[in-house]
Design a protein around this ligand. Structure first.
Ligand code: AHR
Length: 503
C-alpha cells in the first residue's frame, strides 16, 4: 500500500549557500584511524610515505574538503612537539584519553602530506586540556609563519620550507565533558579560549577559530555553556562547535530514525544562544556553527569494554559495524545539516577510517565501504550550491519526544550555474510514499538519476567478504510529468533524485 506525500519546490525558496566544508570529516589518533587506517607502511597499496592507496581512493571519492585532526579527546593530552622532527627521536607516550600508547610516528608534517595527497585541508585542534595559549601560538608559528623565528625555522629544519597556511583551528575539544583531560567550567574555558584566540590571531590574523560548544544537547550545562563561553570569546572566534552521536541500543527503529529531530533542535538552540549573546553584546558579528563531530555511534557509553588491554598501540577501537538502518539515519542527519545551510558552515562526519567510520580496513588486506559511506558520498557529490527549503507534507510515523515525526525527511539543492536540482529524501516510514510536487513548473527538466538505497533487512551490513550487501542503485521511478515530479519512495529508503535541464 502507498501513502501520499507532496513537496513544494521552488528555486527561489533559498535557505542559503552551502559551505562545502559541511562535508568535512575527522581523523583522530585513536584506534586504527591513523595507524592501520590511513597509514600502513608495508601494505601492498602503500605509497613511499606509507599511506594506503586503497584508503586514499575511497577518501578521495568522498571529496571531503576538510579533515579535523589530531582529536578529539586525544588532543587534550597531546604535545605536538613530540610528533615532529626525526622519527627515531619521537617519544612514545601514554594516551590517557583512549588508554593506549601513542608512537608519534605520524604528526603534523606527515598529516599535511596525507592531506595534500587526499585533496583535502586540515582543521587543526589545539590542546586546551593540559596546555594553553603558549603551546597553541607555538604550533601556529611552526605551521604558518614563513621563517626567521624559532618555530618556523624548526619547521624548515624538518624539511618543510613553505608555511602550510592552515586556516581553520579548533580551540580545544569537548571541554565541557568530565571525561576530557583538563575538563573546565564554562568560565574557565571561556577565559583560556579567549586568551588563546588572541595570541593565535596575533601570530596569524587570517585564521578562523572554533570555540567548543557542548558535547551534546543532553549535557547538563548545555546552552548555559554556550552563552558563557561566547560571552567571553564572541569577538575573537568565528564558530561555536556542536557534537552529536546517536545510537539504537534499544532496537527502536522509528525512535532511532527520528533522531534527526534532535539534531535539528540542537542546531536551532545553538543559533538562538549565539544570537542571544550577539544581542546582549550589541555585536555586529554573527557566529556560525561548526557541527564538527556527528554520526551514529551505538556503543558510545561502553567503548572501554572493547579495549583489548590498556596501553596497546593502535588497537581496534570504536569499530562500529553500520547497518542499513544506520545509513538511513545518516541520510536524515545530512538532510538536517543542509536544511541549516545558512548557519551551519562546517560539519565533520566523525570519523573517516576504521573508528566509527564509513571506510574500513583489514590490516595487510582490503579496504571497504560501510553502509553509511553512500549517503555521505551522494550528499557530498550532489549536495553543493544552494540549499532549497522544501515544504513537505507526508504521513506521520510516530509521536516522538520532540513532536510528530513525518515519514519524509527531505531537502533540495540547486546548482546556480546549470540550474540542476537534486532532491534528497529519506522515507522513514514502512510504506511506499507516492510523491508529487507543486510550486515550480518543472517542464524543461528531466530526471537524470533516481538513486535509491534500500534493503529488506534493516540490520544488513557490509563486510570485507561481502562489501556490496548494501549498495545504491539507480533504479528509482521518478519522472517529470505535466510540469511536476512523480516518484515512488520505497518504505525505509534513501533517495537522490537528480533533475537536469533539457537542452
Ligand atoms: O569521535 C570520538 C570521540 O567522541 C572524540 O574523541 C570526542 O571528541 C568525542 O567524545
Amino acid at each position: 500500500m502507498a501513502t501520499s506525500g507532496r513537496i513544494t519546490i521552488h528555486k527561489e525558496f533559498k535557505i542559503g549557500e552551502i559551505d562545502p566544508r559541511i562535508y568535512g570529516s575527522f581523523i583522530e589518533h585513536l584506534g586504527r584511524a591513523v595507524y592501520g587506517g590511513i597509514y600502513e607502511p608495508g601494505h601492498p597499496t602503500a605509497d613511499a610515505d606509507g599511506f594506503r592507496g586503497d584508503v586514499m581512493e575511497l577518501v578521495k571519492a568522498l571529496d571531503v574538503p576538510i579533515v579535523r585532526y589530531p582529536g578529539g579527546n586525544f588532543v587534550s593530552g597531546f604535545n605536538w612537539e613530540d610528533s615532529v622532527g626525526p622519527r627515531e627521536a619521537r617519544p612514545r607516550r601514554l594516551d590517557l584519553a583512549w588508554k593506549t600508547t601513542e608512537s608519534n610516528q605520524i604528526g603534523l608534517n606527515e598529516f599535511m602530506t596525507w592531506c595534500r595527497k587526499a585533496g583535502t585541508a586540515p582543521m587543526m585542534a589545539v590542546n586546551l586540556g593540559t596546555r594553553g595559549p603558549d603551546e597553541a601560538r607555538n604550533l601556529l608559528e611552526y605551521a604558518n609563519h614563513p621563517g626567521g623565528t624559532y618555530y618556523s625555522d624548526l619547521r624548515r629544519a624538518h624539511g618543510v620550507s613553505d608555511p602550510y597556511d592552515i586556516k581553520l583551528w579548533c580551540l580545544g575539544n569537548e571541554m565541557d565533558g568530565p571525561w576530557q583531560i583538563g575538563h573546565k567550567t564554562a568560565d574557565e574555558y571561556g577565559r583560556i579560549a579567549l586568551e588563546t584566540a588572541k595570541v593565535m590571531r596575533w601570530v596569524d590574523p587570517r585564521i578562523e577559530l572554533v570555540a567548543c560548544g557542548s558535547s551534546g544537547r543532553g549535557m547538563p550545562t548545555f546552552a548555559a555553556w554556550e552563552a558563557t563561553v561566547l560571552e567571553h570569546t564572541y569577538e575573537q572566534v568565528d564558530y561555536i562547535s556542536l557534537h552529536a552521536y546517536y545510537g539504537n541500543l534499544t532496537n527502536d527503529t522509528p525512535g532511532f530514525l527520528a533522531k534527526s529531530l534532535d539534531m535539528d533542535k540542537f542546531i536551532a538552540s545553538v543559533i538562538a544562544t549565539a544570537d542571544f549573546v550577539k544581542a546582549k553584546t550589541r555585536s555586529r558579528k554573527t557566529i556560525n556553527l561548526s557541527f564538527d563531530e556527528w554520526n551514529v555511534w551505538h556503543n558510545i557509553q561502553n567503548w572501554a569494554d572493547f579495549l583489548p588491554a590498556p596501553w596497546v598501540e593502535a588497537p581496534p577501537l570504536l569499530e562500529e559495524r553500520y547497518t542499513f538502518e544506520d545509513a538511513l539515519l545518516v541520510g536524515c542527519l545530512l538532510i538536517t545539516l543542509l536544511r541549516h545551510a545558512d548557519r551551519v558552515k562546517i560539519a565533520c562526519l566523525a570519523q573517516l577510517v576504521n573508528v566509527i567510520a564509513p571506510v574500513m580496513t583489514v590490516t595487510g588486506g582490503e579496504a571497504w565501504k560501510q553502509t553509511i559511506y553512500y549517503p555521505f558520498l551522494h550528499a557530498s557529490r550532489y549536495g553543493r550550491g544552494i540549499a532549497l527549503d522544501l515544504q513537505a507534507r507526508s504521513p506521520q510515523t510516530i509521536d516522538a519526544d520532540l513532536g510528530p515525526v513525518p515519514a519524509l525527511e527531505t531537502v533540495a539543492t540547486l546548482d546556480p550555474e546549470s540550474e540542476s536540482i537534486t532532491i534528497f529524501a529519506v522515507n522513514r516510514g514502512a510504506e511506499v510514499i507516492a510523491l508529487d510536487t507543486n510550486g515550480m513548473d518543472l517542464t524543461g527538466y528531466r530526471v537524470s538519476e533516481h538513486i535509491t538505497l534500500t534493503h529488506p533487512d534493516l540490520k544488513a551490513v557490509n563486510t570485507v567478504d561481502q562489501p556490496n550487501t548494501v549498495t545504491p542503485r539507480n533504479n528509482g521511478d521518478a519522472v517529470i510529468r505535466e510540469g511536476g515530479l512523480l516518484a515512488h519512495l520505497a518504505g525505509l529508503s534513501w533517495n537522490v533524485i537528480r533533475l537536469t535541464r533539457t537542452a
